[in-house]
Design a protein around this ligand. Structure first.
Ligand code: SAH
Length: 385
């Protein structure tokens, strides 16, 4: 069997991660088959022209085009989330998920010393459901948070999804003037009265005391794939198939890759999935390898986790929250819905075990926990680098 190693390219976030490349039906909760009609696929046409003109492209470049190409990228022009979409995520399944993250933020704001200002940043907010549930919790804790100047910042590359986020989160939002877009491209006030801004790039978000939230985001970022052939690492590239029209294929780079020389730390064996069919019509994801991430950044920050979704939500009090919602539910249908969605989130055979929670802090924040005065909610086990 060949040995492959995959590196996620974080673009300007500035690190590389070792991971597994797959079509969406492997990693995400709901599966649906990629369309297999190749002919007439505009992204395939574009990629074929590009590769013919300039040679094979890296998997990272392929992923970037398939997911975020401005004209035909998978994320750019349609809503793929929710029950009628291609896959379902936890915040779409139950309001409890976002509420518990909201409580986590309030708890961390208190434990971290009640900072006078807070930037809440979400990377890849999808339909905005998670942020909407968080903001509802913030409103309920207004009496505590009223000493804090809170602003909301969304990093979102998709015009379509940013529109849906604005509809869900604001009464009214305005697009920034073209010349002002170096900072944010859309702005507004949330339904709960907080300033909210949209950005294409994480480094455009203003600095300050900040919580970053990323849910099902890192697995959508581009990766590099390397293969070891007789002691030499080569990058896996994507080329047009000379035998079959309208078809792409994997090939190996001709010489030892720069990325291989720079970043090899370990490897993992895995089969490549059929990710070259009908580019732009299906999601592509790569498993996030948290241990690799820890090794890469362990000197700079401390981390807690990964722990499973069910552990985290249980530690955050999901059972109590469910009980309260059930008591307040108006009818049996609502109760059944609450119980069913709880099961999807928590059941180890559904999302409970498959999804993981992981958090990063400045070293100083975790050092405080040793005197047990300022615990970090949700994570029972303490792991430092
Ligand atoms: N967090 C949401 C959506 C997850 S899907 C949820 O859990 O429901 C991935 C999200 O990341 C989408 O909103 C997608 O448009 C966005 N996204 C993907 N690649 C991105 C990139 N390079 N920069 C910013 N956003 C990106």
């Amino acid at each position: 069997m060949s040995t492959y190693v995959r590196f996620r390219h974080f673009g300007r976030i500035g690190t590389h991660m070792h991971s597994v490349f797959a079509a969406r039906n492997v990693g995400r909760y709901k599966s649906s088959k990629p369309e297999d009609s190749q002919e007439g696929n505009p992204l395939l046409k574009y990629l074929t022209m590009k590769i013919t003109a300039t040679g094979p492209i890296t998997v990272a470049e392929y992923m970037r085009e398939v997911l975020t190409n401005p004209l035909k990228g998978y994320y750019m022009h349609h809503d793929m989330l929710g029950e009628h979409g291609d896959f379902v995520t936890s915040p779409e399944i139950s309001q409890i998920f976002g509420e518990l993250i909201g409580i986590w933020c309030v708890s961390e704001w208190i434990s971290g010393g009640k900072s006078k200002s807070l930037n809440l940043v979400e990377l890849g907010p999808g339909r905005g459901s998670l942020m909407s549930d968080i903001l509802r919790v913030f409103s309920q804790f207004k009496h505590l948070l009223n000493t804090c100047d809170i602003s909301i910042h969304l990093v979102e590359v998709s015009p379509k999804l940013s529109e849906i986020q604005a509809l869900n989160l604001t009464e009214k939002s305005t697009d920034a003037k073209y010349e002002d877009r170096s900072s944010c491209y859309k702005m507004g006030i949330t339904k709960t009265g907080l300033p909210i801004n949209w950005y294409y790039n994480i480094q455009d978000v203003p600095s300050g005391y900040t919580f970053y939230i990323a849910h099902e985001f890192f697995d959508a970022l581009p990766i590099h794939i390397l293969q070891k052939i007789q002691d030499e690492w080569r990058e896996v590239l994507i080329d047009v198939d000379p035998e079959i029209q309208h078809k792409l294929r994997f090939v190996l780079g001709s010489s030892s890759s720069h990325i291989a020389k720079t970043f090899i730390k370990g490897f993992r064996s895995h089969q490549l999935h059929n990710v070259l069919l009908a580019p732009g019509t299906a999601d592509l994801t790569a498993d996030v390898d948290f241990n690799f991430l820890k090794r890469m950044i362990g000197n700079y920050v401390s981390f807690l986790g990964p722990i499973t979704q069910s552990e985290f939500l249980r530690n955050m009090g999901i059972d109590l929250r469910l009980k309260v919602l059930l008591e307040n539910a108006k009818d049996a249908t609502t109760q059944q819905h609450l119980i069913k969605s709880y099961d999807v989130l928590m059941n180890p055979n559904k999302m409970g075990k498959r999804f993981q929670f992981f958090s990063l802090f400045p070293h100083s924040r975790l050092e405080q926990t040793s005197n047990v005065k300022y615990p970090i909610a949700g994570f029972t086990e303490l792991e430092t680098s």
